[in-house]
Design a protein around this ligand. Structure first.
Ligand code: PNS
Length: 159
């Protein structure tokens, strides 16, 4: 059984993330979307809210489950018996940070592989950070996030 983990902050999940979840679910027997419990980073949504939103938009994909984790990703992966880290790469600028993380994870756990996947071209500029910023100032992000996420964002930024 090939079991992959797609880790991230997902604050909130975007169409770009969802695209990677769907692509991953077609390759692996199981995909666990793993939400980092990074309350220190002052996320907009709590871990419970982020998980709820991912469940709403990706929960119907049969081989996808959603969990949260803290501490080292590779330790969490050992606990749930996963072998592959999936990360989306949008542009060359993502690569340097992703390379560092992948090599650090390899140093910590050589048996774990990292697989970089490309999202669909229309999402190559989409990030949770920019989506939040645009929505906060009243911009239209309806083509960049799933509908339940849009509603939650608009509710959060209602003035
Ligand atoms: O969506 P993000 O914030 O880019 O995701 C980053 C994430 C969660 C993949 C990364 O911060 C992570 O794996 N954190 C867990 C701590 C850890 O394992 N650090 C060492 C690996 S570099």
């Amino acid at each position: 059984m090939a079991h992959a983990v797609y880790p991230g902050s997902f604050d909130p999940i975007t169409n770009g993330h969802l695209d990677i979840v769907e692509r991953g679910s077609r390759i692996f027997d199981r995909v666990t979307v793993a939400v980092l419990e990074n309350e220190g980073k002052s996320p907009l949504f709590s871990v419970a809210e982020r998980i709820e939103l991912i469940r709403l938009v990706a929960g119907k994909i049969e081989n996808v489950e959603i969990l949260s984790f803290n501490g080292l990703l590779v330790r969490f992966m050992e606990e749930i018996d996963a072998q592959v880290v999936v990360r989306g790469i949008r542009a060359v600028s993502d690569y340097e940070y992703e390379l560092q993380m992948a090599l650090m994870n390899r140093e910590l756990a050589p048996e774990i592989e990292t697989l970089f996947m490309l999202p669909s071209i229309e999402y190559t500029y989409v990030s949770s950070r920019l989506v939040k910023e645009v929505c906060r100032f009243g911009g239209d992000v309806s083509s960049l996030v799933p509908q339940p996420v849009l509603e939650r964002l608009q509710g959060r930024f209602k003035r």
